[in-house]
Design a protein around this ligand. Structure first.
Ligand code: PLP
Length: 415
């Protein structure tokens, strides 16, 4: 690992040994990448649960603050356990640099706010996680930043919206909850032509199934709360990009505004990364099987899953994703009442608006995550009263199938 030395904390002390071979494949990098061992030679990543650092002398403190000597200064700026998480994510994503954040939303806010000024313009897909829409629709305009939301599936709409004032382009693919895709390479080309920075929220695809940086994106953000933790334990986020943007813009913004990732959470996330490939492979396989099962159910009007041939953008899914992912959506013909009957009858699958857990979680977006939207805005996104979003976990797929089967019978009104 090459630690940046202009972060206000310098490089790790010499007695921490770096783990980092450039030719590792992802599964290996996710177990070993970025590990910095302390003099004790611990096997597992050390948890540096400390807010500050001590100096051997006043001269050393001065040198560290000047960035002339290696070592950490304060955990709001950087922390060894957080640095290990960042380094491991960089290896996986193929990014030059990264910063961990307290949550996924802190990562989105940092990526959008750290390098923008009144008069600038942002273009974003309208199908977004609802808090991302708050930043774009409510927060940015308050500071004189113009925002245009487009149908992310329509390349002409992107072309029309991106202009010389456009500073940033933001999208999520697949989107929450209707799993719409955006052609990342095509939008990257449009953004690149005017010098706008393309920021991709890659939470639904996970770093295992889609690599936005190799498709031409400039910045990737994650809510690590989801599949990266993978067991529903803690909040976290990360922004990954080139060294210049991260060290100069993102770092200063985070350092001075304070949404630092807790070292404890970074440690949990490091352990989560070790099993990420196995979990995503299994969860994506199970999701594909459940999507096929639901597509045959008479009560189901439609199934939305990027791994199925009947997804409206199936060809694009094959081009930019390695598999369909761990999330699917389906719509019941009989609307909200049937959806609620199904939810209330489930025994294994839990009702929760969270996602990316080992436990399968299901939510009714119209009455929960997208409740605050107008009905017209929901309709525009295809979020009808019968729509359910399922985050597939690690249970035996046959138990999940049986659970859905009995719940579908309840939804149909039969006991
Ligand atoms: C959950 C989520 C976020 C926000 O992440 P938090 O960790 O909850 O702050 C952003 N984007 C997407 C797509 C998400 O699923």
């Amino acid at each position: 690992m090459t630690a940046p030395n202009n972060r206000g904390q310098g490089q790790p002390p010499d007695d921490l040994v770096s783990e980092g071979h450039t030719d590792w494949r992802p599964a290996t990098a996710l177990v070993h990448g970025g590990t910095e061992r302390s003099p004790w030679g611990e096997t597992s990543e050390a948890l540096f649960l400390t807010s500050g650092y001590v100096y051997a002398s006043a001269e050393e403190a001065e040198a560290r603050f000047k960035g002339e000597a290696p070592g950490y200064v304060y955990s709001r700026y950087a922390n060894p356990t957080v640095s290990m998480f960042e380094a491991r994510m960089c290896r996986l994503e193929g990014a030059e640099a990264a910063r961990g954040t307290a949550s996924g939303m802190a990562a989105v806010a940092a990526a959008l706010l750290c390098d923008i000024a009144p008069g600038d313009h942002v273009v974003a897909a309208r199908a977004l996680f609802s808090s991302c829409r708050y930043i774009l629709e409510t927060l940015l305009p308050r500071f004189g930043i113009g925002v245009t939301l487009v149908d992310g599936r329509n390349l002409d709409a992107w072309k029309d919206a991106i202009g010389p004032q456009t500073r940033a382009v933001f999208l999520e693919s697949p989107s929450n909850p209707t799993l719409e895709l955006v052609d990342i390479a095509a939008v990257a080309e449009l953004a690149g032509a005017t010098g706008a920075r393309l920021i991709v929220d890659n939470v639904f695809a996970t770093p295992m199934l889609q690599r936005p940086l190799t498709l031409g994106a400039d910045v990737v953000i994650y809510s690590a709360t989801k599949h990266i933790d993978g067991q529903g334990r803690c909040l976290g986020g990360i922004v990954l990009s080139d060294g210049e943007f991260i060290e100069k813009k993102v770092h200063d913004y985070l350092k001075h505004t304070g949404p630092a990732l807790s070292p404890f959470n970074a440690w949990v996330l490091l352990k989560g990364l070790e099993t990420l490939p196995l979990r995503i492979e299994r969860q994506s396989e199970s999701a594909a099987a459940l999507a096929d099962f639901l597509a045959e159910a008479p009560a189901v009007a439609r199934v939305i899953y990027p791994g199925r041939d009947d997804h409206p953008q199936a060809a694009l899914a094959r081009r930019q994703m390695a598999a369909g992912g761990a999330l699917l959506a389906f719509e019941l013909k009989a609307g909200k009442a049937a959806a609620f009957r199904l939810l209330n009858a489930l025994r294994v699958i839990k009702i929760s608006n969270n996602l990316g857990d080992a436990k399968s979680l299901i939510t009714h977006p119209a009455t929960t995550t997208h409740q605050s939207m107008s009905e017209a805005a929901r309709a525009e996104l295809g979020i009808g009263p019968g729509l359910l979003r399922l985050s597939v976990g690690l249970e035996d797929v046959d138990d999940l199938k049986a659970d859905l089967e009995q719940a579908l019978q309840h939804a149909a009104g039969s006991p």
